[in-house]
Design a protein around this ligand. Structure first.
Ligand code: G1P
Length: 297
């Protein structure tokens, strides 16, 4: 029987320095988009894709993230007493089954590839997903579910892909396409954060992956790459070159780079405008702010 994707790795060990001083005392994955922490969006997306085991690769200072997934019986009791059923339901939606979450410590910040490799024993010999919570993707059908369905057809390694501008290629893993079939792109090779002049294309890897366990074996060489870090991109690129089993998947949906301030602000506005209880007042405010800015120019 073909193996299903039921495990996902969430690398959450990063320091979040781009959001200092906020991240001095809170993990960036706990920062909120409207009223939910970034990590909740990632979890919900994984659940929609059928993920049953959630593996967090954490580091020092991420205690608040672990606490977030604890049961909150006192809070629930207080809400129940006050008949706040809506809030109770909101809270229930964050419940995780006992044993569904595992935490692994990355002892040294050696890069994304190293973080994924830290979870190798929990993955074993199964295909698995990797979700980078900084990349928030709003879509009718969750991006990871789209990829899982693609995986059931093609198998192999699948990376989410999106066109970026020339100036942006040096912030991403970039695909060297062998064959472009539209939604799916067969990958010949990949480069991590290339200079614009050296980029093989404009097709960037976004933080959703479905990977075969062979990628973990490749990571175990612990070879350093771009930025002197152990890069996930390099291990997947080796699969592409040697096995020819890597595909880029142009997902349907809007991606927000919540690892940057501007991306975070855009996501906050977009998610606010998508909420029935907030959209009117927020849109009025934005209209007014834009009008004032124009008048001042
Ligand atoms: C990571 C990956 C990169 C990928 C990006 C997507 O980079 O190394 O290949 O394109 O995520 O967001 P980071 O943004 O963590 O530097």
């Amino acid at each position: 029987m073909k193996k299903r994707v039921t495990k996902a790795i969430f690398p959450v060990a990063g320091l979040g320095t781009r959001f200092l001083p906020a991240t001095k005392s809170i993990p960036k994955e706990i920062m909120t988009l409207v009223d939910r922490p970034l990590i909740q969006y990632a979890i919900d997306e994984a659940r929609e894709a059928g993920i049953k085991e959630f593996i967090f690769v954490t580091a020092k200072g991420k205690g608040a993230l672990e606490d977030y997934f604890d049961a909150a019986p006192e809070l629930e009791k207080a809400l129940r007493k006050k008949n706040k059923t809506d809030l109770l339901q909101e809270l229930k939606a964050t419940d995780m089954d006992s044993g569904a979450i595992a935490y692994i410590r990355q002892r040294e910040a050696l890069g994304l590839g190293h973080a994924v490799w830290c979870a190798r024993r929990l993955i074993g010999n199964e295909p698995f997903a990797v979700i980078l919570p900084d990349d928030v993707i709003s879509a009718e059908k969750s991006c990871l579910l789209q990829m899982v369905q693609q995986y059931e057809e093609t198998r192999g390694n699948i990376v989410a892909a999106m066109e970026v501008s020339n100036e942006q290629v040096s912030s991403y893993g970039i695909i060297d396409p062998a064959e472009d079939m539209g939604q799916i792109v067969a990958v010949r090779d990949m480069a991590e954060k290339p200079a614009p002049a050296e980029a093989p294309s404009n097709l960037a890897v976004i933080g959703r992956y479905i990977l075969e366990p062979s990628v973990l074996k490749r990571l175990s060489t612990l070879k350093r790459g771009s930025g002197d870090e152990i890069q996930l991109t390099d291990a997947i690129a080796a699969e592409a070159r040697e096995e020819g089993n890597v595909f880029g998947y142009r997902f349907d949906g809007q991606r927000y780079d919540c690892g940057s301030k501007i991306g975070y602000l855009k996501a906050t506005i977009a998610f606010g405008l998508a909420r029935d209880d907030l959209k009117e007042e927020l849109a009025d405010f934005l209209d007014g702010a834009i009008a004032r800015r124009r008048a001042a120019e």
